[in-house]
Design a protein around this ligand. Sequence first.
Ligand SMILES: *Cc1c(COP(=O)(O)O)cnc(C)c1O
Length: 380
Amino acid sequence: MAKQIENKSLQKLANLRRQHKGLINLMPLQTGGMLTDAAKEALTEFGDGYSVCDFCQGSLCNVTNPPIRDFVQELLPQFLGCEVATITHGAREAKFMVMHSLAKPGDSILVDANRHYTTVVAAERVGLHVIEVPHSGHPEFRVDVNEYAPLIKEHAPKLILLTYPDGNYGNLPDAGRLGEIAQEYNIPYILNGAYAVGRMPVSMEEIGADFIIGSGHKSMASAGPVGVLGRKKKWEEIVLRKSGKYSNKEIELLGCTVRGVPLITLIASFPYVKERVNNWGEQTSKAQWFSTELEKLGFKQLGEKPHRHDLLHFDAPVLYEISKRVRERGYFLYKELKERGIWGPQPGMTRSFKLSTFAADRQQLGVVIDSFKAILNKYS
Ligand SMILES: *Cc1c(COP(=O)(O)O)cnc(C)c1O
């Protein structure tokens, strides 16, 4: 019996497929992480374990073949507008390593109320108190960065963090103004750009942050998990302090970070990603047009208006009403969209849902708008 179950499980492993090949992809988690052809090729070329370590002399970021050194030491800092950069396993690992290096258990960190859950979990792992700067609530959920100042005075946090944009509403708070506040109070400032770096132009230096964080699989056309961490040079000795026993191994990186294929896909897609951020104007106008069209159908866009990011969150009372009376319940929307060639809102969600217009062109978004119309007609 046990053997039978095992065989069945093994069979499932032999047929790994995803369900949505060829569909229009609107899923916010995925639209910025779709691979380029160059990355797909590199993926198989470097698929074997430790493939990037062929010519390693003890430090991952110094490997010249493949050209990791050039990427990390030259291209990446320039792209992020910072002095030095490192590769991490993701945005959350980058946040953790900064918090872990600069603060001690019992210290506080001040973050925006739209922060990602990984900000809180990273802080918990370090033992920090998390204090939140409130947002304005429904429907815009705006964060006014001027509200950081009184809370800095009240709580004397070791670090401040801003989510730019947040992953729920796609709001872009005034990151540059927070840079001035950070300077005024002389407090290290982390910019979490998991949804910005690789999608839109963003420069740590212009914003005045101490750290900038990106996510390869979220926004840099990479398989991941991989992240980038840019920073001011003055933090180098603290964040990248070396092992006492192994003088070329950074403690926070546990010696080396991304030892293989996620890094190679990040590098292979980089020339394309570096260029695509220049299309940001078209990306935002496309998102605004799409949002206006969906609002005409009775959905309500949450977050800032006019919107300045491709991540859109809609309240959809009409769909929710339908879901209450159909057999599939909340899954009807996912099913209806999939039948029309669209992969987007989290299956099961109807009352409110998130979409990203980043990977779809206007013609495809037209198909999406028409599909929503057809679905509403069908159930009206
Ligand atoms: C997706 C996301 C993260 C997590 O990114 P990882 O690279 O997977 O750790 C962090 N912050 C925000 C705002 C995100 O949207």
